[in-house]
Design a protein around this ligand. Structure first.
Ligand SMILES: Nc1nc2c([nH]c(=O)n2[C@@H]2O[C@H](COP(=O)(O)OP(=O)(O)OP(=O)(O)O)[C@@H](O)[C@H]2O)c(=O)[nH]1
Length: 138
């Protein structure tokens, strides 16, 4: 039997005052995706999220800055024959500061309702975050 591998990640939906959503693209990655990354064995999803946002975007948050929304499982964006299980959190306030990418992040982008169709977005973003954002139910 060919059982697909699953990557478990903690991800953040972060908006600004214009209601744009922050997305990132990894080096060599084709897709823009929600910021975050893999959950280590020794940490909770919320703790992993805080660590990844610090490593990738140099942003500092507390676990209470986020509300857990849902888990969503779908096809992984960058890995072949692999599923991704995202533990998805919403930042409780709008982000006002300028954001830059560090570590393996190549590009950081504020996705707007006017420009989102011009970018290749990870399946998890398209299936979970996009409909909620467009229908203003985030
Ligand atoms: N960050 C993120 N990853 C996603 C999303 N959707 C999705 O399929 N993934 C997959 O999950 C993988 C997460 O790997 P990662 O490399 O970002 O995580 P990480 O920083 O903890 O990994 P590393 O420390 O092993 O390099 C990505 O390669 C991608 O294929 C998403 O919306 N956001």
């Amino acid at each position: 039997m060919n059982k697909k591998k699953t990557i478990t990640v903690a991800l953040a939906i972060i908006t600004n005052d214009q209601n744009d959503i922050l997305v990132v693209r990894k080096k060599d990655g084709l897709y823009f995706a929600l910021p975050g990354g893999k959950i280590e064995a020794t940490e909770t999803a919320n703790e992993a999220l805080i660590r990844e946002l610090n490593e990738e975007l140099n942003l500092s948050f507390n676990t209470t800055d986020f509300t857990f929304l849902a888990n969503h499982t779908t096809k992984a964006a960058n890995e072949v024959n692999t599923m991704v299980e995202g533990h998805i959190f919403l930042l409780n306030k709008n982000l006002t500061q300028t954001v830059s990418g560090y570590a393996e992040i190549e590009e950081v982008l504020w996705l707007s309702k006017a420009n989102h169709m011009n970018y290749r977005l990870a399946h998890l973003f398209t299936e979970f975050a996009l409909p909620k954002w467009l229908s203003e139910t985030l």
